[in-house]
Design a binder for this molecule. Structure first.
Ligand SMILES: [Zn+2]
Length: 80
């Protein structure tokens, strides 16, 4: 549990982000585990994700690749 994922921009770990509390509880897993399994921006290569606030601030980046945009990917094709 020493290697919690953290947000690429604000550095928060899932335990600091309230919105993950209920879904993680529903799955019966920790918030860290929830982010690893369900957060679409989670990048296992660098253990980063983008929390909702930061994802929005970054302009909701999308990716031309099928797997979608992940934290640490170049930000291209934003809505701004
Ligand atoms: Zn963040």
């Amino acid at each position: 549990m020493s290697d919690s994922p953290h947000c690429m921009r604000c550095g928060k770990t899932p335990s600091k982000i309230a919105e993950y509390a209920f879904p993680a509880k529903d799955f019966g897993i920790s918030r860290d585990e929830y982010v690893r399994r369900e957060e679409g921006t989670y990048n296992p290569d660098n253990n980063l994700f983008a929390c909702t606030d930061c994802y929005t601030e970054l302009g909701c980046p999308s990716s031309p690749t099928r797997r979608g945009w992940r934290a640490g990917d170049p930000i291209v094709g934003t809505l701004r």
